[in-house]
Design a protein around this ligand. Structure first.
Ligand SMILES: Cc1ncc(COP(=O)(O)O)c(C=O)c1O
Length: 473
């Protein structure tokens, strides 16, 4: 067998990785970068005769170092970005070294069983129906895609239509209900499944972008036939939880009236609340719904890219995803990962989840949801106490919406100025949103590494730059 300088590559990569990880607390959260400079630093076309791997890796690490964002550094509060749990980091190194193609047990038995166990533990720790099936995919969007494909299969199967065999053309109509404020990736997943944006029934949500049960009730009364409803566990703007018990009651009544019904929950932001006894009130009724998607790379702090699709109806999940080919070796007596995901060849994504779950334990998982919520509230209290800002949402989880109070009334402009100044300083990173027509700053606390001092340091920076922006002539 051809051998390589594995040690040389690992030494170079390991040293660069260690330098990156240990410098996270102090390095600029967002590097100063202009596109031309980044290209100039990295534009090293492959030479005719190639280059030794260790040298390439060393140069890559050196050239890219100035342009890496400290996303896992505890003060990256933009979008909804998780950090890197050390157990996941270690597992990812192994997964890369093992280079297992993991669609089938027969091809990669070890990692297939690791994923089988991670799937089982997740269902248990989230308190979901015991026989639920799980797929390990690339992120929240593909998790929603997977679950909604299962939903499409099942509601059509119930009226005698096989969508995998016969497609959608000529199929009985499926009504798909979403709320205003549903995440763009749920709409995109639906689009991929043949349910275009304009064909959806969009119902009004409340002032926290929660589904309004009365609006859902009214919408369901207009539907006669197969029905898919999408709700949310953790809104991207407000962090809010839908009223799952009310949604489950309405879905049950709709089903009892003869309409095949499937309710999907986009839990990208906060499905992990289901692991926390302290947050049980927010997720009452969640386990009565039909499918749940979440991101492992957000609150679970698994390395990118990693999402989880869970379905109560395993047969529907499998029917929507599975594929057979004569040259494969399927059904060798254990779970074949390809039955539960859209990918064919695939990285053994569940290994990192297995390691992170074991390292955190039940208490650690609950703590992730509870601590990030507590830190979001710390942000909210400090900013509103300052008199410089108002908190727009009810802070029930790890997301905060902030209105910076501009003396001239142009609050949106002030929000953008404050965020830009903090980014330029490198002390923290925040991103904005337009919520109900208003430009606001968002705070997302999703990194296991964030602590009180990170929040306090970020608040100090925000308030200093807000003062400067307000007093600037
Ligand atoms: C509520 C919600 N759903 C879905 C997603 C999509 O997740 P991913 O980016 O992992 O595909 C996000 C991402 O931020 C989200 O906030």
């Amino acid at each position: 067998m051809r051998q390589s300088d594995w040690r040389g590559v690992l030494d170079v990569a390991g040293a660069a990785a260690l330098e990156h990880l240990t410098s996270l607390p102090e390095r600029p959260v967002l590097p100063a970068a202009d596109h031309a400079a980044v290209r100039a630093a990295l534009d090293r076309p492959p030479a005719a005769d190639g280059i030794e791997p260790a040298r390439v890796v060393g140069e890559l690490a050196r050239d890219l170092r100035p342009y890496l964002a400290a996303q896992a550094g505890g003060r990256y509060f933009g979008f909804v970005v998780g950090g890197l749990h050390p157990a996941s980091f270690g597992a990812e190194i192994l997964v890369s070294a093992w280079d297992q193609n993991a669609p089938m047990y027969a091809a990669a038995p070890g990692v297939a069983v690791v994923e089988e166990l991670a799937a089982q533990w997740l269902v248990e720790v989230l308190g979901l129906p015991r026989r639920s099936s799980v797929g390990f995919v690339t992120g929240g969007q593909m998790a929603s895609f997977t679950c909604l494909a299962a939903a499409r299969h099942e509601v059509l199967r119930a009226v005698g239509w096989n969508v995998e065999a016969d497609g959608l053309i000529g199929a009985p109509p499926v009504a798909v209900v979403v709320k205003t404020g549903a995440h763009a990736t749920v709409l995109r997943a639906l689009r991929f499944l043949g349910f275009g944006d304009r064909a959806l029934l969009t119902i009004e949500s409340d002032d926290q972008d929660r589904v309004r049960p009365d609006a859902l009730d009214r919408a369901l009364r207009t539907i006669d036939g197969p029905t898919i409803v999408a709700v949310e566990c953790g809104n991207v703007n407000t962090g809010a939880f839908d009223d799952f018990a009310a949604v489950a009651d309405l879905a049950e009544a709709h089903r009892a009236a003869g309409n095949p019904t499937w309710v999907h929950v986009d839990g990208a932001v906060m499905l992990l609340a289901a692991a926390s006894p302290a947050m049980a009130g927010h997720v009452a009724g969640l386990d009565r719904l039909d499918s749940w998607s979440t991101d492992a790379h957000k609150l679970l702090n698994v390395a990118y890219d990693s999402g989880i699709a869970i379905c109560r109806n395993a047969a529907a999940h499998r029917a929507a995803m599975s594929v057979h080919a004569a040259y494969l070796e399927q059904g060798a007596g254990a779970r074949d990962p390809l039955d539960w995901v859209p990918e064919f060849s695939r990285r053994a994504r569940g290994v990192s989840i297995y390691a992170t779950l074991r390292s955190l334990g039940r208490t650690g998982l609950a703590d992730l949801a509870e601590r990030t919520t507590r830190l979001a509230r710390r942000f909210a209290a400090a900013l509103s106490d300052s008199g410089r800002a108002e908190i727009v949402n009810e802070v029930v989880s790890n997301q905060v919406l902030v209105r910076w109070l501009a003396p001239d009334g142009d609050h949106g402009r002030l929000a953008d100025e404050v965020m830009a100044a903090v980014r330029a300083e490198g002390s923290a990173f925040f991103s904005g949103t337009t919520y109900r027509g208003e430009r606001l700053m968002r705070v997302s606390v999703s990194d296991w590494a964030t602590d009180d001092s990170d929040v306090d340091r970020a608040v100090e920076s925000l308030l200093r730059h807000a003062s400067a922006a307000i007093t600037r002539p």
